[in-house]
Design a protein around this ligand. Sequence first.
Ligand code: RIB
Length: 292
Amino acid sequence: MITVLGSYNKDIYIMIDHFPLSGETVFIKDIKYFHGGKGSNQAVSARRLGISTTFLGAVGDDQFGREALEFWKEEGVIADNVKIKKGVSTGTAYIILNQNGESQILVNRGANASLSVDDVKEALKGDILLTQLEINEEVVKYSLKSFDGLKILNPAPANLIDPEIFSYVDILTPNDIEIHELIQNDDIVGGAQSLLNKVKKAVIITLGDRGALIVLKDRTIHIEAPKVPVIDETGAGDVFNAALAVYLTKGYSIEEATRLAVYIASFSVTKMGALGPKIDEVRPFLEEKGLI
Ligand code: RIB
């Protein structure tokens, strides 16, 4: 079983032709609402690939929170320990999506920011813990420290205060921007190797349409991504992390699990929204590419 600890946001998509320059006004083409939040995206995407998944997080006592609880029920994600915070609004994300499928995201954390250690400490069970940094860092740190199983930290966003947290992580999965923020230089492989003084097994850097780099203590492996038509790249990292956790749970090696995760994340950017595909939807694509 996978336990995903993290955020839920109602995603409010603002569709435009191009990102405004500073001082420029652009017209919105459309506004759409989706379920989002890095934690919830990862939990739902893992469940859709056929693994029992628990989500730990918080929503507000409002309409968006009620819709989220209904959504997890429909998706089969176990959300019994999700906290409903009184007098606080559910997190919202404003996703500005241009016509090339590129996005910029602003997050109002709402209830996510009030999730506490006490809210989660009895529920930290399972084979794999997957978490990110849209909730309070002290909750992430406590959970990684006390969880008894494989621990994956997706350092998104990479606004980390206490680097000690890496000592409790088995696999760290920054994207290209996040690894630069974490190491503060351009040598991403050298920087990832230095993070491996603390991170126990691997640093996997996701590189969008260039695939992923698996940096291990003794070697680096580049996994290429397939060429696909991009509609919406939002959440590709979430789908990657979900699929990685799923295939590691199923006993695949880090290299095999990363390759499947790169392909499933690539498939996901051909559709709108930040969630991954159901296994039946993506299976023909994986078969065609010779991966399963
Ligand atoms: O990773 C994509 C997610 O980031 C969106 O769903 C949005 O809610 C923000 O959390």
